[in-house]
Design a protein around this ligand. Structure first.
Ligand code: ASP
Length: 359
Protein backbone atom coordinates (compact mmCIF):
# COMPACT_ATOMS: atom_id res chain seq x y z
CA UNK A 1 0.00 0.00 0.00
CA UNK A 2 1.20 3.52 -0.77
CA UNK A 3 2.36 5.28 2.37
CA UNK A 4 2.12 9.05 2.80
CA UNK A 5 3.27 11.09 5.79
CA UNK A 6 1.10 14.06 6.73
CA UNK A 7 2.97 16.73 8.68
CA UNK A 8 0.60 19.13 10.43
CA UNK A 9 1.79 22.67 11.15
CA UNK A 10 -1.50 24.46 11.89
CA UNK A 11 -3.23 27.11 9.80
CA UNK A 12 -6.89 27.62 9.03
CA UNK A 13 -7.28 23.99 7.98
CA UNK A 14 -6.58 23.06 11.62
CA UNK A 15 -8.43 25.97 13.19
CA UNK A 16 -11.65 26.58 15.02
CA UNK A 17 -13.48 29.69 16.14
CA UNK A 18 -12.88 30.65 19.77
CA UNK A 19 -13.65 33.74 21.87
CA UNK A 20 -10.14 34.90 21.03
CA UNK A 21 -10.55 34.59 17.27
CA UNK A 22 -9.92 31.69 14.91
CA UNK A 23 -6.98 29.65 16.19
CA UNK A 24 -5.19 26.49 15.14
CA UNK A 25 -5.98 23.55 17.47
CA UNK A 26 -6.41 20.36 15.47
CA UNK A 27 -3.98 17.48 15.17
CA UNK A 28 -3.01 15.75 11.95
CA UNK A 29 -5.07 12.70 12.96
CA UNK A 30 -8.15 14.89 13.38
CA UNK A 31 -7.63 16.34 9.92
CA UNK A 32 -7.25 12.90 8.38
CA UNK A 33 -10.52 11.71 9.99
CA UNK A 34 -12.50 14.05 7.74
CA UNK A 35 -10.54 13.33 4.59
CA UNK A 36 -11.65 9.80 3.56
CA UNK A 37 -8.38 8.20 2.50
CA UNK A 38 -8.92 4.53 3.34
CA UNK A 39 -6.89 3.12 0.45
CA UNK A 40 -3.67 4.89 1.45
CA UNK A 41 -1.54 4.20 4.50
CA UNK A 42 -1.22 7.47 6.38
CA UNK A 43 1.38 8.37 8.95
CA UNK A 44 0.75 11.56 10.90
CA UNK A 45 3.31 13.94 12.39
CA UNK A 46 2.24 16.84 14.63
CA UNK A 47 5.04 19.31 14.18
CA UNK A 48 3.44 22.57 15.30
CA UNK A 49 -0.05 24.03 15.60
CA UNK A 50 0.22 27.67 14.61
CA UNK A 51 -1.21 30.15 12.16
CA UNK A 52 1.31 30.69 9.38
CA UNK A 53 1.24 34.46 10.02
CA UNK A 54 3.27 33.63 13.17
CA UNK A 55 5.99 31.62 11.50
CA UNK A 56 9.65 32.58 11.76
CA UNK A 57 12.57 31.40 9.66
CA UNK A 58 13.28 29.01 12.54
CA UNK A 59 9.86 27.40 12.06
CA UNK A 60 10.50 27.08 8.33
CA UNK A 61 13.78 25.34 9.07
CA UNK A 62 11.97 22.97 11.46
CA UNK A 63 9.54 22.06 8.67
CA UNK A 64 12.44 21.51 6.28
CA UNK A 65 14.19 19.30 8.86
CA UNK A 66 11.02 17.26 9.40
CA UNK A 67 10.64 16.64 5.67
CA UNK A 68 14.33 15.76 5.38
CA UNK A 69 14.04 13.27 8.25
CA UNK A 70 10.99 11.59 6.71
CA UNK A 71 12.60 11.26 3.31
CA UNK A 72 15.98 10.01 4.49
CA UNK A 73 15.00 7.46 7.11
CA UNK A 74 15.66 3.87 6.14
CA UNK A 75 12.66 2.23 7.82
CA UNK A 76 8.95 2.79 7.16
CA UNK A 77 9.70 4.38 3.84
CA UNK A 78 7.15 6.92 2.72
CA UNK A 79 6.14 7.50 -0.91
CA UNK A 80 5.49 11.19 -0.42
CA UNK A 81 4.96 13.90 2.16
CA UNK A 82 1.98 16.21 2.63
CA UNK A 83 2.22 19.30 4.82
CA UNK A 84 -0.87 21.02 6.15
CA UNK A 85 -0.06 24.69 6.54
CA UNK A 86 -1.60 28.13 6.90
CA UNK A 87 -2.20 29.79 3.58
CA UNK A 88 -0.82 33.22 4.50
CA UNK A 89 2.82 32.24 4.16
CA UNK A 90 2.55 28.88 2.42
CA UNK A 91 4.46 30.27 -0.56
CA UNK A 92 7.50 30.95 1.63
CA UNK A 93 7.63 27.47 3.17
CA UNK A 94 6.97 25.92 -0.24
CA UNK A 95 9.92 27.67 -1.88
CA UNK A 96 12.30 26.86 0.96
CA UNK A 97 11.35 23.19 0.72
CA UNK A 98 11.69 23.25 -3.07
CA UNK A 99 15.09 24.95 -3.04
CA UNK A 100 16.53 22.15 -0.88
CA UNK A 101 14.51 19.22 -2.20
CA UNK A 102 16.86 16.48 -3.41
CA UNK A 103 14.56 13.49 -3.67
CA UNK A 104 12.27 12.24 -6.45
CA UNK A 105 9.39 11.77 -4.04
CA UNK A 106 6.83 14.57 -3.99
CA UNK A 107 6.25 17.04 -1.20
CA UNK A 108 2.83 18.69 -1.30
CA UNK A 109 1.55 21.58 0.78
CA UNK A 110 -2.11 22.28 1.35
CA UNK A 111 -4.40 24.19 3.66
CA UNK A 112 -7.81 25.80 3.71
CA UNK A 113 -9.53 29.14 3.44
CA UNK A 114 -12.37 28.09 5.75
CA UNK A 115 -11.75 27.02 9.32
CA UNK A 116 -11.66 23.36 10.25
CA UNK A 117 -14.91 23.61 12.25
CA UNK A 118 -16.80 24.97 9.23
CA UNK A 119 -19.29 22.34 8.03
CA UNK A 120 -18.71 23.54 4.49
CA UNK A 121 -14.94 23.77 4.84
CA UNK A 122 -12.50 23.30 1.98
CA UNK A 123 -9.86 21.64 4.18
CA UNK A 124 -10.94 17.98 3.88
CA UNK A 125 -11.20 18.18 0.10
CA UNK A 126 -7.86 19.94 -0.23
CA UNK A 127 -6.18 17.40 2.05
CA UNK A 128 -7.66 14.49 0.13
CA UNK A 129 -6.45 15.99 -3.17
CA UNK A 130 -3.00 16.69 -1.73
CA UNK A 131 -2.60 13.10 -0.55
CA UNK A 132 -3.82 11.78 -3.91
CA UNK A 133 -1.20 13.90 -5.67
CA UNK A 134 1.56 12.80 -3.27
CA UNK A 135 0.56 9.16 -3.84
CA UNK A 136 0.56 9.43 -7.65
CA UNK A 137 3.64 7.86 -9.29
CA UNK A 138 3.77 10.62 -11.93
CA UNK A 139 4.21 13.19 -9.15
CA UNK A 140 7.79 12.02 -8.75
CA UNK A 141 10.57 14.36 -9.90
CA UNK A 142 8.31 17.39 -9.79
CA UNK A 143 9.67 18.83 -6.57
CA UNK A 144 7.43 20.65 -4.14
CA UNK A 145 3.88 21.62 -5.02
CA UNK A 146 0.89 23.36 -3.54
CA UNK A 147 -2.41 21.55 -4.09
CA UNK A 148 -5.36 23.81 -3.49
CA UNK A 149 -8.91 23.99 -4.86
CA UNK A 150 -8.14 21.29 -7.43
CA UNK A 151 -5.06 23.08 -8.80
CA UNK A 152 -1.54 21.69 -8.65
CA UNK A 153 0.82 24.65 -8.47
CA UNK A 154 4.62 24.38 -8.51
CA UNK A 155 6.25 25.83 -5.40
CA UNK A 156 8.42 28.13 -7.52
CA UNK A 157 6.39 31.19 -8.30
CA UNK A 158 3.39 30.24 -6.14
CA UNK A 159 1.52 33.12 -4.59
CA UNK A 160 -1.56 33.54 -2.45
CA UNK A 161 -3.54 35.90 -4.65
CA UNK A 162 -6.85 36.17 -2.83
CA UNK A 163 -7.60 36.65 0.85
CA UNK A 164 -10.88 34.74 0.93
CA UNK A 165 -11.60 32.93 -2.36
CA UNK A 166 -11.31 29.16 -2.15
CA UNK A 167 -9.19 29.20 -5.30
CA UNK A 168 -6.46 31.17 -3.54
CA UNK A 169 -3.17 30.26 -5.22
CA UNK A 170 -1.58 30.80 -8.61
CA UNK A 171 1.87 30.58 -10.06
CA UNK A 172 3.01 34.01 -11.19
CA UNK A 173 5.87 32.58 -13.23
CA UNK A 174 4.63 29.44 -14.97
CA UNK A 175 1.37 27.69 -15.82
CA UNK A 176 -0.01 25.43 -13.10
CA UNK A 177 1.35 21.86 -13.11
CA UNK A 178 -2.01 20.19 -13.26
CA UNK A 179 -5.38 19.53 -11.73
CA UNK A 180 -7.15 17.11 -9.45
CA UNK A 181 -10.70 16.39 -10.53
CA UNK A 182 -12.84 13.93 -8.57
CA UNK A 183 -9.68 12.33 -7.22
CA UNK A 184 -8.08 11.98 -10.68
CA UNK A 185 -4.66 13.60 -10.87
CA UNK A 186 -3.64 15.08 -14.19
CA UNK A 187 -0.22 16.68 -14.69
CA UNK A 188 0.94 19.12 -17.35
CA UNK A 189 4.58 19.82 -18.13
CA UNK A 190 6.93 20.36 -15.21
CA UNK A 191 8.87 23.59 -14.92
CA UNK A 192 12.66 23.15 -14.59
CA UNK A 193 14.24 23.35 -11.15
CA UNK A 194 17.84 24.14 -10.24
CA UNK A 195 20.14 21.74 -8.41
CA UNK A 196 19.20 21.58 -4.74
CA UNK A 197 20.86 23.83 -2.20
CA UNK A 198 21.84 22.43 1.21
CA UNK A 199 19.10 22.36 3.82
CA UNK A 200 19.18 25.42 6.08
CA UNK A 201 21.14 25.16 9.31
CA UNK A 202 20.65 27.12 12.52
CA UNK A 203 22.28 30.18 10.94
CA UNK A 204 19.19 30.53 8.73
CA UNK A 205 16.95 31.34 11.71
CA UNK A 206 18.53 34.71 12.41
CA UNK A 207 19.47 35.72 8.90
CA UNK A 208 17.60 38.95 8.56
CA UNK A 209 16.33 39.72 5.07
CA UNK A 210 13.84 42.56 4.84
CA UNK A 211 11.31 43.32 2.15
CA UNK A 212 11.03 47.02 1.34
CA UNK A 213 8.37 48.44 -0.99
CA UNK A 214 8.77 51.44 -3.27
CA UNK A 215 5.81 53.85 -3.58
CA UNK A 216 5.25 57.48 -4.51
CA UNK A 217 7.13 59.61 -2.01
CA UNK A 218 9.20 56.71 -0.66
CA UNK A 219 12.46 57.96 0.82
CA UNK A 220 15.53 56.01 1.89
CA UNK A 221 14.47 55.70 5.55
CA UNK A 222 13.16 52.12 5.47
CA UNK A 223 16.10 50.82 3.46
CA UNK A 224 18.61 52.37 5.82
CA UNK A 225 16.56 51.30 8.85
CA UNK A 226 16.62 47.69 7.64
CA UNK A 227 20.41 47.86 7.51
CA UNK A 228 20.55 49.53 10.93
CA UNK A 229 18.43 46.67 12.33
CA UNK A 230 20.99 44.14 11.12
CA UNK A 231 19.62 43.07 7.77
CA UNK A 232 22.14 41.04 5.77
CA UNK A 233 19.93 41.25 2.73
CA UNK A 234 17.04 43.30 1.36
CA UNK A 235 14.50 42.56 -1.32
CA UNK A 236 13.44 45.82 -2.88
CA UNK A 237 9.92 45.54 -4.28
CA UNK A 238 10.16 48.28 -6.87
CA UNK A 239 7.37 49.88 -8.82
CA UNK A 240 6.50 48.44 -12.22
CA UNK A 241 9.23 46.49 -13.95
CA UNK A 242 11.52 47.22 -10.98
CA UNK A 243 12.05 50.90 -10.31
CA UNK A 244 13.12 53.04 -7.39
CA UNK A 245 13.79 56.76 -7.25
CA UNK A 246 16.98 58.78 -6.76
CA UNK A 247 16.94 58.53 -2.94
CA UNK A 248 16.40 54.77 -3.10
CA UNK A 249 19.23 54.34 -5.62
CA UNK A 250 21.61 56.36 -3.45
CA UNK A 251 20.77 54.33 -0.35
CA UNK A 252 21.00 51.06 -2.28
CA UNK A 253 24.46 52.03 -3.54
CA UNK A 254 25.61 52.79 0.03
CA UNK A 255 24.24 49.50 1.39
CA UNK A 256 25.79 47.44 -1.41
CA UNK A 257 29.11 49.19 -0.66
CA UNK A 258 28.66 48.20 2.98
CA UNK A 259 28.37 44.55 1.92
CA UNK A 260 24.61 44.01 2.09
CA UNK A 261 22.99 41.77 -0.52
CA UNK A 262 20.18 43.64 -2.27
CA UNK A 263 17.98 42.23 -5.01
CA UNK A 264 15.41 44.00 -7.13
CA UNK A 265 11.87 42.61 -7.29
CA UNK A 266 8.55 44.26 -8.03
CA UNK A 267 5.37 45.06 -6.17
CA UNK A 268 3.44 44.06 -9.33
CA UNK A 269 1.88 40.57 -9.07
CA UNK A 270 3.44 39.12 -12.24
CA UNK A 271 5.90 39.90 -15.00
CA UNK A 272 9.63 40.25 -15.46
CA UNK A 273 11.88 42.58 -13.50
CA UNK A 274 14.45 44.46 -15.56
CA UNK A 275 16.78 47.40 -15.34
CA UNK A 276 15.05 49.49 -17.99
CA UNK A 277 14.57 53.02 -16.65
CA UNK A 278 17.12 55.61 -15.62
CA UNK A 279 16.67 58.64 -13.41
CA UNK A 280 16.15 56.55 -10.26
CA UNK A 281 14.70 53.57 -12.10
CA UNK A 282 15.80 49.97 -12.35
CA UNK A 283 18.70 50.62 -14.73
CA UNK A 284 20.30 52.73 -11.99
CA UNK A 285 19.59 50.10 -9.33
CA UNK A 286 21.12 47.35 -11.43
CA UNK A 287 24.02 49.70 -12.10
CA UNK A 288 24.81 50.02 -8.38
CA UNK A 289 24.78 46.25 -7.88
CA UNK A 290 21.16 45.29 -7.21
CA UNK A 291 20.40 42.35 -9.53
CA UNK A 292 16.84 41.91 -10.78
CA UNK A 293 14.94 38.73 -9.89
CA UNK A 294 12.11 37.67 -12.19
CA UNK A 295 11.64 33.97 -11.56
CA UNK A 296 10.36 34.25 -8.00
CA UNK A 297 7.96 36.73 -6.43
CA UNK A 298 9.41 39.08 -3.80
CA UNK A 299 8.20 36.92 -0.88
CA UNK A 300 10.02 33.89 -2.28
CA UNK A 301 13.10 35.84 -3.40
CA UNK A 302 13.44 36.80 0.26
CA UNK A 303 13.62 33.14 1.32
CA UNK A 304 16.15 32.35 -1.40
CA UNK A 305 18.30 35.29 -0.33
CA UNK A 306 18.18 34.23 3.34
CA UNK A 307 19.21 30.70 2.37
CA UNK A 308 22.05 31.92 0.14
CA UNK A 309 23.32 34.27 2.84
CA UNK A 310 23.07 31.75 5.67
CA UNK A 311 24.89 29.05 3.70
CA UNK A 312 27.70 31.41 2.75
CA UNK A 313 26.99 31.21 -1.00
CA UNK A 314 27.02 34.97 -1.39
CA UNK A 315 30.64 35.05 -0.19
CA UNK A 316 31.78 32.72 -2.96
CA UNK A 317 29.75 33.76 -5.99
CA UNK A 318 28.36 36.99 -7.42
CA UNK A 319 24.78 37.61 -6.36
CA UNK A 320 23.61 38.12 -9.96
CA UNK A 321 24.93 34.69 -10.88
CA UNK A 322 23.21 33.08 -7.88
CA UNK A 323 19.92 34.74 -8.80
CA UNK A 324 20.23 33.44 -12.36
CA UNK A 325 20.99 29.95 -11.09
CA UNK A 326 18.41 29.60 -8.36
CA UNK A 327 15.62 32.05 -9.19
CA UNK A 328 15.39 32.74 -12.89
CA UNK A 329 15.33 29.17 -14.16
CA UNK A 330 11.94 29.13 -15.88
CA UNK A 331 11.97 28.78 -19.67
CA UNK A 332 8.98 31.08 -19.63
CA UNK A 333 11.06 33.91 -18.30
CA UNK A 334 11.30 36.83 -20.68
CA UNK A 335 14.58 37.28 -22.46
CA UNK A 336 16.52 40.35 -21.43
CA UNK A 337 15.85 41.97 -24.76
CA UNK A 338 12.11 41.52 -24.75
CA UNK A 339 10.03 43.03 -22.02
CA UNK A 340 6.84 43.46 -23.98
CA UNK A 341 5.80 39.95 -25.02
CA UNK A 342 6.56 38.02 -21.90
CA UNK A 343 4.43 35.07 -20.92
CA UNK A 344 4.03 36.54 -17.44
CA UNK A 345 1.88 39.24 -18.88
CA UNK A 346 -0.50 36.65 -20.29
CA UNK A 347 -0.53 34.34 -17.30
CA UNK A 348 -3.02 36.21 -15.26
CA UNK A 349 -5.39 36.16 -18.23
CA UNK A 350 -4.75 32.49 -18.87
CA UNK A 351 -5.38 31.46 -15.32
CA UNK A 352 -7.91 34.16 -14.50
CA UNK A 353 -7.75 35.72 -11.14
CA UNK A 354 -10.54 34.42 -8.93
CA UNK A 355 -13.53 36.70 -8.83
CA UNK A 356 -13.53 39.12 -6.00
CA UNK A 357 -16.83 38.23 -4.45
CA UNK A 358 -16.60 37.22 -0.79
CA UNK A 359 -17.11 33.56 0.00
N1 ASP B 1 -5.50 32.50 6.66
C1 ASP B 1 -4.50 31.64 7.12
C2 ASP B 1 -4.74 30.19 6.75
O1 ASP B 1 -5.34 29.97 5.79
C3 ASP B 1 -4.03 31.78 8.46
C4 ASP B 1 -2.67 31.17 8.43
O2 ASP B 1 -1.95 31.43 7.50
O3 ASP B 1 -2.37 30.40 9.29
O4 ASP B 1 -4.35 29.26 7.34
Amino acid sequence: MTRIAIVATGGTIASEATDAGVVATKTAAQLVERAGLDDIEIETVDLMTVGSYRLTLGHLRQISDAVGALLTRSTERVDGVVITHGTDTMEETAILLDLVHDDPRPVVLTGAQRAGDNADGDGPGNLTDAVRVAATPTARDRGVMIVFAGQIIPARGARKIHTTALDAFRSVVSPSSGKVTNGQVCFGPTAPRPDPLPRPDAGFDDTRVDLVDVYPGADDALLRAAAACGAAGIVLAGTGIGNGNPAIVEAAADLVDDGLALVLSTRVPAGPVRGVYGNGGGADLVGVGVPPVSGLPATQARILLALLLSTGRTRDQPLAHLIETYADVSPNRASNSDVSTDIHTTLIHDNELPNTKED
